[in-house]
Design a protein around this ligand. Structure first.
Ligand code: ZN
Ligand code: MN
Length: 480
């Protein structure tokens, strides 16, 4: 990159999957009517008292452990003071000098290999409310449903040098947190938000340059775009003899540009002080051990196990375990249908294509494991062919149902009725005496091949080939 190198650290805020908020009993739920999930505590009424949601602490511990962090024996909460209309309290309860988890390392797949990033810290805090700017220009409103939603903030060391490394990290982090049930990481709903900080320096230089922080990047694609754009902006400044100002920038996806949001505050501007309403939290070692022992299988372990127990290829296993949902579904199907090779090809070729065509996900589809097993059994028994499998699969995804019934309704299921096939066999054999002669004179393959073709054609392609062949051979033998 023209003699310059970018140095990036990433801050990620993840909403924890708890039933209630961080410091009160209000529901933690997205999409409710504005200000319907609010109480005196999360709306910051004077005199209200917060209490810690222990489930959130547990999920924070799980996240910390999964990222290879040390979990603090004693952790505490602090107030971070600043004014913003979506935060009527005038401060955020967060963790300052005693975070729940720190000094981790996280290894993730990158371009066929792996990369490792240092995790500076992972701490708990509460989310703020949300300003809603009304398009009909009736004004701006504040919705406090999100105020007090539990967050874990995960901060990396400045270990990234390319936009691709950052998006690979984010994808792996998202996958990990979804797998261990810490968060649903839904970026559209804002339950995973990332803020990269960027500085640049001459290649080979050791000292770090002045960094800027980019907010409002809502997809992995925009992260890469925003980083490239910010790299260029800083390079132009430095090459023309200027200097980069430490500030927070807002990413404008439509314009593909960053715009200044505010000068970046120093920690001292926030006047952090210990939250007087919450005593420090002791975390017994056995709690940490219990969390580790009960942690769901992580993506890498899952991948390795699928390779081991089903003999899958590395690439296939990676695809099948891309999400926990997909991997769970695959394993439920494998429990019902033994030919795992066929099952995995159905998943990787047909199912992914059908979900894409129908613009849905597994969760949004009507498919269930019994239907998948039933579908592949129909194919195995020769009732339907590969193309018909895909056709039925699409209907199962869209509308659900019983694969055998769908095959019948669509006129796919081949005729297996012995009597029906038998009468056609008898007729075709009677109409083709020369083939019967061939058969008698030991040109069996030729005779059988020709007759089977005629039988299947006579039945409009609807005969089951195995059943027809068995009946034909019986018929021919009876004539020798
Ligand atoms: Zn509340
Ligand atoms: Mn934060």
């Amino acid at each position: 990159m023209s003699g310059w190198e970018m140095v990036v650290g990433v801050e990620v805020h993840v909403q924890l999957k708890t039933r209630t908020k961080m410091f009160c009993a209000c529901a933690n739920r997205f999409g409710a009517p504005p200000n319907s999930l609010v109480c005196p505590i999360c709306s910051g009424m004077p005199g209200s008292l917060p209490s810690v949601n222990m489930r959130a602490v547990e999920l924070g511990i799980a996240a910390g452990l999964a990222l290879g962090c040390a979990i603090a024996e004693k952790t505490s909460f602090d107030r971070k003071n600043y004014f913003y209309p979506d935060m009527p309290k005038g401060y955020q309860i967060t963790q300052y000098d005693r975070p729940l988890a720190s000094r981790g390392r996280f290894r993730f797949p990158l371009e066929g290999g792996f990369m490792e990033a240092g995790i500076t810290r992972a701490h708990l805090e509460e989310d703020s409310g949300k300003n809603v700017h009304d398009a009909a220009a009736r004004g701006s409103f504040v919705d406090l449903n999100r105020a007090g939603v539990p967050l874990v903030e995960i901060v990396t060391d400045p270990d990234f040098r390319t936009p691709g490394q950052v998006s690979a990290y984010l994808a792996a982090l998202k996958q990990l947190l979804q797998y261990i049930g810490v968060s649903d990481c839904n970026m559209e709903q804002g339950s995973l938000r990332c803020e990269p900080n960027v500085s640049i320096r001459r290649a080979g230089e050791k000292a770090l340059g002045t960094k800027t922080e980019i907010k409002n990047v809502n997809s992995f694609k925009s992260v890469e775009k925003a980083l490239r754009c910010e790299f260029e902006r800083q390079r132009r400044i430095l090459e023309s003899g200027g200097r980069v100002i430490q500030e927070t920038l807002l990413w404008n996806d439509a314009e593909s540009a960053t715009e200044p949001m505010r000068g970046k505050e120093e920690a001292r501007d926030y006047r952090y002080f210990p939250e007087p309403d919450l005593p420090p939290l002791e975390i017994p070692g056995e709690w940490v051990e219990r969390t580790l022992a009960s942690m769901p299988e992580r993506p890498e372990a899952r991948r390795a196990r699928l390779i081991r127990s089903f003999g899958l290829k590395e690439y296939d296993a990676a695809l099948l375990t891309a999400s926990r949902e997909f991997a769970d579904f695959f394993e439920s199907c494998a429990a019902l249908f033994g030919n795992v090779r066929r099952l995995s090809s159905l998943f990787m070729v047909d199912l992914l294509a059908v979900l894409d065509e129908e613009k849905t996900s597994l969760a949004g589809s009507r498919l269930n494991p019994a239907a998948v097993a039933g579908l592949l059994s129909l194919e195995e028994e020769g009732e339907i062919n590969k193309n018909q499998v895909k056709e039925i699969l699409a209907e199962l995804v869209r509308a659900g149902g019983d694969p055998a019934e769908i095959a019948r309704r669509r006129g796919m299921a081949q005729v297996r009725d012995q009597g029906e096939i038998g009468s056609v066999v008898a007729r075709i054999v009677a109409e083709n005496p020369e083939s019967v002669a061939d058969y008698r004179e030991f040109r069996e393959n030729m005779a059988v091949g020709l007759l089977i073709g005629r039988i299947i054609r006579a039945m409009g392609g609807g005969a089951n080939p195995q059943a027809a062949r068995a009946l034909l051979e019986k018929e021919l033998k009876s004539r020798t």
